[in-house]
Design a binder for this molecule. Structure first.
Ligand code: GLY
Length: 373
């Protein structure tokens, strides 16, 4: 069970400055490179990607720094540099709006084109978002009522909860009711087959392709089909909160809260979870799951109908960010190129284990930014 403390504003500010330095170093050392995970703390290596889902996170971080600079009226020259870098790393992603190989278009476009659009309100960026939402919706299977994962048509991933938001977005922007229906059905199916009664989650659901019948829970990155992979839980916590924000369907708020409550009850006192709650020891944490959960908890603090719960969620989110800053941030002086240590990508394939991972960096910076708001 997580223990609470008063948030440390000075620590958050200092960590944000460290993050900016590391980001600047990264793009100066490896220009136009989109990293995924480190090997021994280094971003550039020959390790395999498994799937191409991370390209939005580096530009997304550049947008966060720029937005924070705007809010704090940072000197306009320095801030323009961050905006120019954000645009430079965002533009090459446009072609991915028609990418039918991945289920990750929400990750790629909500961190980039959506942040860009929020600063300009230009239809050009909005069109890209809508098209990416329409492309993702093509993964919908009427039999079974879900968006299938990149693995196969029989497979549904909990991770897709963090991507379905771009279909809601496209539906609301265009008034396309079919898109809205696809997003709703996907979330309802995921809630039914991947979220358990205690708020824990399974990574993958397998369906009968011919009949659409649900067959079983399974996993790729978790310990077992019946275990709770902590990053999957974090995707569900934040993803169902987002589904509620777009749809206002109270069932999704209830699911997000159930996942949050599982996280809070089962995570050690410092707020940083094991990579899988059912993995045998020794303890291996996943700081990226902590960072994503902190973002989801800040969101729930805003959305929850119960004000007491809302304050509690906000306090827990602050606690998680504080623990990450204190115990897992690689200092400027260290050789380690990443910001946040202790992330895990894929234990079974031995990819990015106890390393910095790009989504961990991105959601950590987002959480830090909210903690300082
Ligand atoms: N494939 C998404 C993740 O590793 O969480």
């Amino acid at each position: 069970m997580i223990e609470l403390h008063t948030p440390d504003a000075a620590l958050f500010e200092k960590t944000f400055r460290t993050a900016k330095t590391k980001l600047r170093n990264l793009i100066e050392k490896h220009p136009d490179f989109y990293p995924m995970y480190t090997v021994a703390g280094r971003w550039k290596h020959e390790g395999e990607p498994w799937t191409r889902w991370c390209d939005g996170f580096l530009p997304g971080m550049l947008w966060i720094v720029y937005e924070r600079g705007l809010a704090s009226r940072q000197s306009s020259g320095d801030n323009a540099w961050w905006r120019d870098q954000a645009i430079r790393y965002t533009k090459p992603l446009e072609a991915r709006k028609s990418d039918r190989e991945v289920h990750d278009l929400g990750f790629i476009f909500m961190s980039t084109y959506h942040r860009w659009f929020e600063t300009t309100e230009s239809p050009e960026q909005n069109d890209v978002l809508v098209e990416a939402g329409r492309t993702l919706a093509l993964r919908f299977r009427n039999k079974g009522e879900y968006l299938h994962s990149f693995i196969s048509e029989e497979s549904l991933f909990i991770d897709i909860m963090m991507n379905v938001g771009i279909i809601y977005y496209a539906a609301l922007e265009t008034g396309d009711l079919e898109l809205m229906d696809i997003a709703m059905r996907h979330c309802l199916t995921t809630r039914r087959v991947l979220v358990r009664g205690d708020g824990s989650t399974a990574h993958e659901g397998l369906f009968n392709k011919e009949t659409g019948e649900f067959r079983m829970q399974s996993t790729h990155q978790g310990e077992r089909g019946d275990s709770c992979w902590s990053r999957g839980l974090a995707w569900a916590l934040y993803g169902f909160g987002t589904a509620f924000e777009y749809s206002r369907d109270a069932r999704f708020l209830q699911t997000a809260e159930a996942c949050a409550d599982y996280y809070i009850e089962h995570t050690p006192a410092d707020g940083v979870p094991p990579w899988d709650y059912n993995a045998p020891g020794p303890l291996l944490v996943d700081t990226s799951a902590a960072a994503i959960s902190a973002c989801g908890l800040f969101q729930l603090a805003r959305l929850s109908m119960d004000r007491v719960k809302a304050v509690f969620y906000e306090n827990v989110a602050h606690k998680i960010v504080g623990s990450l800053c204190r115990h897992y941030v690689a200092t400027d002086a260290e050789e380690w190129e990443g910001i946040l240590k202790g992330g895990v990508y894929h234990v079974h394939k031995d990819l990015g284990v106890a390393e910095s991972v790009m989504w961990g960096e991105y959601f950590f910076l987002e959480a830090l930014d909210r903690a300082m708001a």
